[in-house]
Design a protein around this ligand. Sequence first.
Ligand code: F6R
Length: 613
Amino acid sequence: MCGIVGYVGDRDATEVLIKGLKRLEYRGYDSAGIALIDGKLIVQKGKGKVINLEKGSKKNNLSGKLGIGHTRWATHGEPNDVNSHPHLSETGKIAVVHNGIIENYNTLKKQLIERGRTFQSQTDTEIIAQLIEEIYTKSKGVTFEQAIRLALKQIVGTYGLAILNIETPDKIYIARKGSPLLLGVGENEMFIASDASPIVEYTNKVVYLDDGEMAIVTRSNYEVKTIDDSPLTKEVHELAISLDAIEKAGYPHFMLKEIFEQPRSIADCMRGRIDVENSSILLGGIEDVIDDLVNAKRIVIAACGTSWHSALVGEYLFEQLAKTPVEVEYASEFRYRDPLIGKGDVLLVISQSGETADTLAALREAQEKGALVLGICNVVGSTISRETDAGVFTHAGPEIGVASTKAFTAQVVVLIMMALELGQRKGLISSDEMKRYIAELSRIPAKVEHILEHSDDTIKKMASLFTYAPNFLYLGRSYSFPVALEGALKLKEISYIHAEGYPAAEMKHGPIALIDEMMPVVVIAATDHTNDKMVSNIEEVKARKGRLIAIINDENTEVKDLADFCVSIPNTIDCFSPLLTVIPLQLLSYYIAVNRGCNVDQPRNLAKSVTVE
Ligand code: F6R
């Protein structure tokens, strides 16, 4: 949610910033801007995509060796030119880019106005520039760095900040509370960014800022300290991601690339963790806490969006395979209802980005109450991955498309491995059963590949028939219910078609009223033990002339005969089926969105990493 980039060094800062903003655009894309110091402080910004900013910067021949940039997902104030970042102080000497929300901005703004300051924008960010300037100019003997610290003391809320001051033209000041920021360390050059994507092509050395920290960055040095001015020595980490992983590699959209990457991302997630020969699983990240997990009275899983859907799959898995009671919570609800959680409980948080504000808050709440907190994250170095007591990375590679695809399947793979390991340690899974599970798990990447190869054309055709349907219903039972929710979410977020997911049996309790000859109903009927029941639900849809799209497994001929359109997937063990059934649904939503001319990778109103509540 909003992207920040910064550069100081010998390169053309405009080029580095614009390139960086393009890579960060998935985090927010309603407006973009840069500020450069080149003798004077120059700002170029405006509503719309980074490409507009690039055109404007070229037209105005912007240059400089030091600058900051921002791509915005609006919170305070509509997306327009004035509300775009960077924001300037009244004298125009200080420029600020900000990710996060200043909760007391109204109070601070009123006070600043009463003291004579005038504001240009409706944003909360502008008060930061104004407040720093007021403190800096009015308090005798206060350095600019001290002024930043004093201003931050007055601010309530979250921030990732990069600040320039024309009076200190060789420095970028950054600070973090609740919004990620990292520093890329190069040879006589430094980079700043909200995540590693703008940095990977220049350096693999990064320093992650933690909450309550700030840094003063010049081309040859960086000084990290707490907001209270205590110096810190930070570890320099090595980035493991490559440039290829964050480029489209010939695909028209990141989303399609990421859907097609799933055979590999699923295999990467299992690599070194499942041992087919010995039928065993080793999850190094939770080895130290595995006894606590085995002895846990219950597991609570908290997450948002797609990650919440994989949490639901996790509930079924842990209860079936490990007989551990599970509750699944929306992280946003969990954090605010004084949840009953404590010693002996495990909170498992799931997050692709590792930065989702509500999930992070749920984690902290449970930690405070004494629960063991585990994480499943994709982004290495992310805040959630650093704050959990232990966890498992999904290793799906960077997910750039705003709609989550390969992260979902990788999360489900981790949950499967965790549930199997737990079940085995609890003596609930025999070695023969384990052998069968592991052997089948190792076949999943090839089965996903098969679906991608054989179903792509059928789904494209189906998508063209349903491109202009105003509503969709998705139905599934058991392991296919979370998949129904995920299919509906994918469709609504990228094609803006209203879609609902339901447990198939719930249809009779209300949604059946919606079904007529105009309503496409997607049924996920690929889990053997619920198939008979699904057939009855399908009959009910047919009786009301609903248009039936069925995701079936190879053996399900009964549904095949009933459905108007079918996508057949290879057979698998029921509890692994979400890894296969979700693939046609991802493709269906993708092709419908493309047919409707939607911006698939950057759907309206959304942002990839939801770092504000
Ligand atoms: C849907 C989607 C969102 C995220 C949600 C949680 O396609 O991308 O619903 O799943 O914002 O994000 P993470 O997993 O990063 O915590």
